[in-house]
Design a protein. Structure first.
Length: 316
């Protein structure tokens, strides 16, 4: 009889333990599913904004907008003279591969692409910088992709951000303490996408206090940690133009972008103030860009020697 009771007790214990394990697994599965649903809701883009007639006529005319700027760029504690160029153009984008789409597809995402270049000399050797940002024209999610590269005689640096489940960032540098890096960051505001947002809908620019990832150019050239920083942004008007200002207290940096107050919200110039130089000689310097000229043209078709004169119209 005692053996039977013992056997029954053991069986009951096994059933209870098994039930608890199954219940825990079910609970874990339910929690994971709930977390997945929350993540999907967080990553889901907002509804697409309707494109105005003016927007369609300007940005889908078969041209790119090219603007040249006279540049005073802070580097190594001094201001350097150079040129900057901003090329805006719309194009279809493959969301999976995150490159320009070569063929029409309902899966393509229309983006406003910005290729921004800077060229200046630091003493005997030149700097050549380019940043690309791909931002949905419907202004319903963060930039889909950012890329940055800098070339100078010491070496070159490259960084790329891909907007997937989170921000996937890879960076390569000739500096030993930076070398090859792969970083994942939660989605938040990107300084690089601000230049695109201004052109689409400046009324939707973030203002007040928030966190923002500074530009890839600033992060790499100042060797700061790639992460979001506390930022504060304001919008004001000055001399008939609108000024968007972002300040980063921890970085002692302030960026001001001046743009036309009416469509197509052209970028007229900018200032970027932050500490540069080394040791006790480090000081706050302000980089400045002032517009030279602006043209709209299908530049990708103008690659013959006979088109060299177009550079004269841009002051390049």
């Amino acid at each position: 009889m005692n053996k039977i009771k013992f056997a029954l007790t053991c069986s009951i214990l096994v059933i209870l333990v098994t039930s608890v394990q199954i219940s825990c697994k079910q609970q874990d599965t339910e929690i994971q599913e709930e977390q997945k649903q929350i993540a999907q809701q967080t990553d889901a883009p907002f509804p697409k904004k309707t494109l105005s007639k003016d927007f369609k006529e300007y940005w889908y005319s078969g041209n790119a907008e090219i603007t040249s700027y006279a540049l005073e760029q802070a580097r190594y504690g001094e201001l350097r003279n150079g040129k900057a160029v901003m090329i805006y153009v719309t194009e279809p984008f493959l969301p999976d591969l995150q490159v320009k789409a070569d063929q029409k597809s309902p899966k393509n995402v229309p983006v406003l692409k910005l290729n921004a270049t800077k060229n200046y000399l630091t003493g005997i050797y030149p700097y050549s910088i380019m940043t690309s940002s791909f931002y949905p024209v419907h202004d319903n999610q963060h930039a889909l992709k950012l890329s940055f590269s800098a070339q100078e005689w010491c070496g070159h640096v490259y960084a790329q951000l891909n907007n997937r489940n989170d921000f996937e960032i890879m960076s390569h540098s000739y500096f030993g303490n930076e070398a090859d890096q792969n970083v994942h960051l939660s989605k938040t505001h990107l300084e690089n996408e601000i230049w695109n947002k201004i052109r689409i809908d400046p009324s939707a620019l973030p203002t007040g206090s928030f966190q923002m990832i500074p530009s890839l150019e600033y992060i790499r050239l100042t060797h700061k940690e790639l992460k979001p920083y506390d930022a504060k942004a304001t919008i004001s008007t000055m001399d008939g133009y609108t000024v968007y200002e972002i300040s980063y207290p921890a970085l002692e940096r302030t960026l001001q972008i001046t743009y036309s107050s009416t469509f197509p919200y052209t970028i007229e110039g900018w200032t970027d103030s932050y500490k540069g130089g080394f040791g006790q000689n480090a000081k706050i310097l302000t980089s400045t860009a002032t517009i030279i000229n602006r043209i709209t043209t299908p530049y990708w078709q103008q690659n013959s020697n006979k088109h060299l004169s177009l550079r004269d119209s841009l002051g390049l």
